[in-house]
Structures are given as structure tokens and as C-alpha cells.
Design a protein around this ligand. Structure first.
Ligand code: ZN
Length: 122
């Protein structure tokens, strides 16, 4: 997560307790962190629901996560997976390409894009 004020990477929870301020510009990031945590929570719910086979509920939760925090690579990666499950590969590919924009090393997006290109080639 990056500080929206100065762009420094925010590192959560040191051993001395929570710091809710940017370590570089000291901006108060507590609201942002709360929103981020909430988004992560929705994303985890989505992963759980996906494991249980509740795809539309998983999608609803992941959409909530994305609405709160749109620049998290994992949220886009999961959105892609859920779209692929619906057979919507065109949008799924767009999601995974977006994932790689936020996290060029994202393993899920790389694997999924590779599988899809492989499938198309055969
Ligand atoms: Zn900052």
C-alpha cells in the first residue's frame, strides 16, 4: 500500500505497535488503512466463498473489495478468475492484465494468462 500524499510504501504494524502515519511525510493514514483492511476482509470472504463454490457471492464480495481499494493486484486477479468461471474470458484476460499493471510479478495472473494462451494456441 502506498501513501497517497508522498507515494512512500506504507509498512503496517511494527513490533512497537501500530503506526497509522506515513513514515516519510507523517500524513495520517488511519482512514485509508481502515478502508484497506476492510477491502482485504471482503477479499478473504470472496476467497472462502469461492472455495465453497458460491461463485456469485464470491464475486459480490470481491467487487466490494475492489470498490474500496481498486489498486490491489490480488483483487483484480480474483476478479479475473471469477469471470473465467463464468466463461467470460475476454473480461477475465482484461482483469489479469490489470493485475500485472499493479503487480508485474503476480503469479496468479501469469499462470492464468499462460493457460489461456496455451488453450487458444491448441
Ligand atoms: Zn507519505
Amino acid at each position: 500500500m502506498k501513501c497517497p500524499v508522498c507515494g512512500a510504501v506504507y509498512r503496517p504494524a511494527t513490533a512497537n505497535g501500530h503506526s497509522l502515519n506515513c513514515r516519510r511525510c507523517k500524513a495520517d493514514l488511519s482512514d485509508l488503512i481502515r478502508i484497506h483492511d476492510q477491502a482485504i476482509w471482503y477479499h478473504r470472504q470472496a476467497l472462502l466463498l469461492l472455495q465453497q463454490g458460491c461463485y456469485s457471492e464470491a464475486k459480490a464480495n470481491n467487487d466490494q473489495a475492489l470498490a474500496l481499494y481498486a489498486s490491489h493486484a490480488d483483487f483484480h486477479a480474483l476478479a479475473g478468475k471469477l469471470l473465467a468461471l463464468e466463461g467470460n474470458f475476454q473480461d477475465a484476460i482484461a482483469c489479469w492484465q490489470r493485475t500485472l499493471k499493479f503487480d508485474p510479478q503476480n503469479a496468479i495472473a501469469h499462470a492464468c494468462l499462460q493457460i489461456l494462451t496455451f488453450t487458444v494456441d491448441c
